[in-house]
Design a protein around this ligand. Structure first.
Ligand code: AMP
Ligand code: ZN
Ligand code: FE
Ligand code: FE
Length: 285
């Protein structure tokens, strides 16, 4: 059984529609896939319907933006109830913040001599309600011929330390875990070893999240985690009783090196996650 638990559609910064993503998952030989768009559940119903048609188990999910000590940390929530008011309010708040920070980013770009309009950024989004982000600004820069790919846009302008970066709201890390749990989700710490996240996500902090907030799991296998990093989180996760997952973080053509099913979760870990979703009152299908 092949399982990929971290993917993005064009309801956030992936390039596939939810339906296309599920078809691609089946064609990649996956039997289960979680849709985990950034700060939105809007693609879940469509993905689930496609999954029923083609025989792929689609787990509803979300990748929640959180922060701790001013640094970005991503949480994967699996199986939240789609009608949970507090979760939906928080997701809506973050999506609005995503949109509202864009004019300041475009101002910064303009001062660097690179003129991009809101309409040009919006044109890169898959749907009117898309959770807009820096990748859509990157796509607008590609469309204008300023850069050749998203990575170059981040390297030149959009990176956290780049000249056009503007922060946006996020949930608090521990509040985010509690909120996802309240909505019935099992919560997995996403890609703890990338982009210097480990500077804030120390072993002690992860231990506190597990012991005091019931963190369910940790994404151990990930395209950008090297062998030593995977070993480290495998051992930490085992010691803390965390479910250890593996995923591609597929973004369609938006991110190279993240092919669907290129990294997978072992069936026992998947079934333990499903068990925890059921226990928390969430929806696993
Ligand atoms: P945003 O949520 O709008 O701040 O954009 C964050 C998204 O941009 C992340 O989820 C990544 O997919 C991508 N990203 C962030 N930093 C980088 C980077 N240095 N290089 C490439 N992609 C990045
Ligand atoms: Zn993304
Ligand atoms: Fe992420
Ligand atoms: Fe992701």
């Amino acid at each position: 059984m092949r399982i990929d638990l971290h993917t993005h559609s064009n309801l956030s910064d992936g390039t596939d529609t939810p339906t296309r993503l599920v078809l691609n998952a089946r064609n990649a030989g996956l039997e289960a896939v979680a849709l985990t768009d950034h700060d939105t559940l809007d693609g879940v119903l469509e993905a689930r319907a496609a999954g029923r048609r083609v025989g792929v188990h689609v787990v509803p999910g979300v990748e929640l933006s959180t922060e701790v000590d001013g640094r970005e940390v991503h949480l994967l929530g699996y199986g939240p109830r789609l009608d949970h008011d507090d979760l939906n309010a928080e997701l809506a708040r973050i999506r609005l913040g995503r949109r509202n920070r864009l004019p300041a980013m475009l101002d910064r770009l303009a001062r660097l001599g690179v003129v991009v309009t809101m309409a040009e950024v919006q044109a890169q989004a898959g749907a009117p309600g898309t959770a807009l982000g820096r990748p859509h600004v990157a796509d607008a820069l590609i469309a204008k011929g300023e850069v050749v790919n998203r990575q170059q846009a981040f390297d030149r302008f959009l990176d956290r330390n780049g000249p056009a970066f503007v922060p946006r709201p996020a949930a608090g890390l521990t509040a985010g875990i509690d909120l996802l749990h309240a909505a019935g989700a099992a919560v997995v710490l996403a890609h703890p070893g990338i982009r210097g996240m480990d500077e804030v996500l120390t072993g002690d902090l992860i231990e506190m999240l597990a012991r005091e907030h019931g963190l369910d799991g940790i994404e151990v296998d990930y395209p950008l985690h090297d062998t030593a990093t995977r070993d480290l989180y495998h051992r930490l996760g085992a010691r803390l009783g965390l479910v250890r997952t593996g995923s591609s973080d597929y973004h369609g053509t938006g991110k190279a090196g993240h092919d669907l099913g290129s990294v997978t979760t072992r069936p026992p870990a998947f079934h333990e996650l499903l068990r925890r979703i059921a226990e928390r009152g969430g929806v696993a299908h």
